[in-house]
Every structure is written in structure tokens, then in C-alpha cells.
Design a protein around this ligand. Structure first.
Ligand code: MEV
Length: 322
């Protein structure tokens, strides 16, 4: 069997984080330059010299090796191992032990889809190693098993977005591609504070239990904003999109999943002329996004975010159509 390779990329959520957990819609956009690469290969016998078959990239941050034995159960307890074993249950186990090495340039715990991208890259590499080309739907299903472990009740949007070529509409497990304004950019800024998606999701769930009418109304209003944003994207109405992003940030903040660092960056982006800004992903740390009209505008917003304390900044187009 050959050395199998697989890759995936990070993502941001434009609008709809948290509401998407309850079957409401969300819009996600890939970050194609934030990549995860994985290789899967037959494990060398014990005592043989170690030869690293994995391609190295200078920007990769996280390296994980998962060992898989023929017919074995998943003992890894991590999302990559769970996803890999889920795939092998679908395909039938290999006749030999396999190692999967994952190298990840997506910073973990920042709401950028690191765990989903790692799981996807791993299952792609495994399928390639076993010479078993698979439809995206099967890859997504296997990666989702890992996500369920990593995030508790994951909506599935991360696995869908980390596999997508362009912006997507995601609703109750269904994916539809979207087209977006051509020149506009999204500036993504990292607070440097790790945020746990499962803690943030549990927090919203608690509020739904304790203040059910109020919290449900917040979620329904947030979902309405996501629908308006899809219209804004279709018509290229960036300032309306910006207003809807700001309203979404306010709702998420009232639900308790923002934090001082995120609020500070949102204010800095707006002060620098961004039509809108908000937290992205689970919140409670992690990243925020700001809209910009074009690349020079994105540079100005990025500079303001850096001054306001962002530790890392990326500028991405709205997608394949850009
Ligand atoms: C994940 O990027 C965003 C959340 O909505 C969780 C999920 O959808 O599984 C907070």
C-alpha cells in the first residue's frame, strides 16, 4: 500500500454560530491557506529505522500521530482517532497496522475549525492509503464522529466548511454553496485567548434551560439575521451585511459567549471603518472577524486590530467567487 495523503483547511463562521447547533442556519467561509496535511502509511516493524514519510511545511503547528491496528477499537480518545476509526468501520479495516500523521497550521481552540480539519485530513489520507476514493459525504460523516467527541453536540458545520471550496449555507445538516461579493475581504483576528467550543455551547444550552423564552428569542433573532445576511451576500450589500454582523455580535454577547478581548477588537475594527465585525465560532476567546471593502481597506482594519492587541491576523476573500 502506498503512502496516502490528505488535506483540509480551516474556516470561519460569518453568521449563525450557536444557533446552528439547534438546526437553524449558518454561513461559513473556508480559509484555504490555513491547511492541515496528513499522511497515512503502513507502520514499519518495531526496530526498523524511522523514516518520516510526511511532507513538512514551515507553518504547521500541531503534530499528532494516530496508530491504527487491524480490526482494533479506537483507544485514542481523540477526535482524529475517532474519525479515522469511523472511516475504517465504513471501509473495512486494513490488514496491516497503519500510522496517520497529522500536521496542522490551524491554531487550535480559536473557532477556526482545527479539530474538524484534522479529522478530515486524516480520513482523506487513510482512504488514499487504502486506495479507496470516497465521496465528500462519506468523509464528512466520518470526520463528524470525531467532532461529536471533540465538541459534544457539534452541528456539523465545521466538517462541512473545512471540506468546502467556497462559502456555504448550512442548515440542519444540509449544505448549499453561496456566491459572495467579489472585492470584499474578511479580516480574521485572534485574541490569543483559547476558547473551548464545548464550554461555550454548554453555556448557551444552560441559558436555554434557565431562561428558555428569552434565550430562544435571542436564537430566533440571530437566525433571522443569518437569513438577511444571505440576501446581503447575494446582492453584494456590504454595509447591510456589516450591520447584521454587529447585531449578531450583540446577541451573542448578551447570550454570554463574548469576552472583553473580543469586544475590544470588534470596537477597534468599527472605529477603523469596518462596516461590521463580530466574534466567530464558539466565542469565550478565540477569533473575531471584520468586514472590509477591498484589500487596502482590509490592511487598514488589520493594522487597527493589531494595535488593539490581536496576536494573529489573516485576510481572506469571501470565497471562490472572489
Ligand atoms: C462551531 O464553529 C460553532 C458552534 O456553532 C458549534 C457548532 O456548530 O458545532 C458554536
Amino acid at each position: 500500500h502506498r503512502v496516502g495523503t490528505g488535506s483540509a483547511h480551516g474556516k470561519i463562521i460569518l453568521l449563525g454560530e450557536h444557533t446552528v447547533v439547534y438546526g437553524m442556519p449558518a454561513i461559513a467561509i473556508p480559509m484555504p491557506d490555513l491547511r492541515v496535511d496528513a499522511v497515512a502509511y503502513q507502520r514499519a516493524p518495531i526496530g526498523s529505522p524511522y523514516i518520516d514519510p510526511a511532507p513538512r511545511r514551515p507553518d504547521t503547528e500541531l503534530i499528532r500521530t494516530v496508530h491504527i491496528d487491524p480490526g482494533g477499537d479506537d483507544a485514542s480518545g481523540d477526535s482524529i482517532g475517532t474519525a479515522a476509526h469511523a472511516l475504517l468501520r465504513i471501509l473495512g479495516y486494513p490488514a496491516h497496522p497503519v500510522d496517520v500523521v497529522v500536521r496542522c497550521a490551524v491554531p487550535p481552540g480559536r473557532g477556526l475549525g482545527a479539530s474538524a480539519a484534522c479529522a478530515l485530513a486524516a480520513v482523506r489520507a487513510l482512504a488514499d492509503h487504502l486506495d479507496h476514493p470516497l465521496p465528500p459525504e462519506t468523509l464528512r460523516r466520518a470526520a463528524q464522529r470525531g467532532e461529536d467527541l471533540a465538541h459534544g453536540t457539534a452541528s456539523g458545520i465545521d466538517a462541512a466548511a473545512c471540506l468546502a471550496d467556497g462559502p456555504i449555507w448550512f442548515e440542519a445538516g444540509w449544505v448549499r454553496p453561496l456566491t459572495c461579493p467579489a472585492r470584499a475581504r474578511i479580516v480574521v483576528a485572534d485574541t490569543g485567548i483559547p476558547g473551548s467550543t464545548s464550554v461555550a455551547v454548554a453555556h448557551v444550552r444552560t441559558r436555554l434551560g434557565v431562561e428558555s423564552d428569552w434565550a430562544r428569542k435571542q436564537l430566533i433573532t440571530a437566525a433571522a439575521l443569518t437569513r438577511l445576511a444571505a440576501d446581503d451576500l447575494a446582492t453584494g450589500a456590504l454595509s447591510a451585511l456589516g450591520r447584521h454582523c454587529l447585531a449578531s455580535h450583540a446577541l451573542l454577547s448578551e447570550l454570554g459567549v463574548s469576552c472583553q478581548a473580543l469586544d475590544r477588537l470588534v470596537t477597534a475594527a468599527v472605529d477603523a471603518g469596518a462596516p461590521g465585525a463580530k466574534l466567530t465560532g464558539g466565542g469565550l476567546g478565540g477569533c473575531m472577524i471584520a468586514l472590509a471593502e477591498d484589500i487596502p481597506h482590509a490592511d487598514r482594519v488589520a493594522a487597527a486590530l493589531e494595535r488593539a492587541g490581536a496576536v494573529r491576523i489573516w485576510t481572506i476573500p469571501f470565497g471562490a467567487a472572489a
